[in-house]
Design a protein around this ligand. Structure first.
Ligand SMILES: [Zn+2]
Length: 60
């Protein structure tokens, strides 16, 4: 997805995700304390499940 349109700025808070898969709005995961990275909204979580498998292969 492209984010070049300034008029379509999402109002949702920036959801972040830690390496263990926890979702948080903080830069530090409240569950495991690891640093989080920006993640897509929960509505994309179903696709993300499969994407996670691919990332494990790609980034390991
Ligand atoms: Zn975590």
């Amino acid at each position: 997805m492209t984010e070049k349109s300034p008029t379509q700025k999402p109002r949702l808070p920036k959801i972040r995700r830690c390496p263990d898969g926890h979702y948080s709005l903080r830069e530090e995961c409240p569950v495991c304390g690891k640093s989080t990275t920006p993640a897509r909204p929960p509505s994309f979580s179903e696709k993300d499940k499969y994407g996670e498998e691919r990332r494990k292969v790609l980034y390991s």
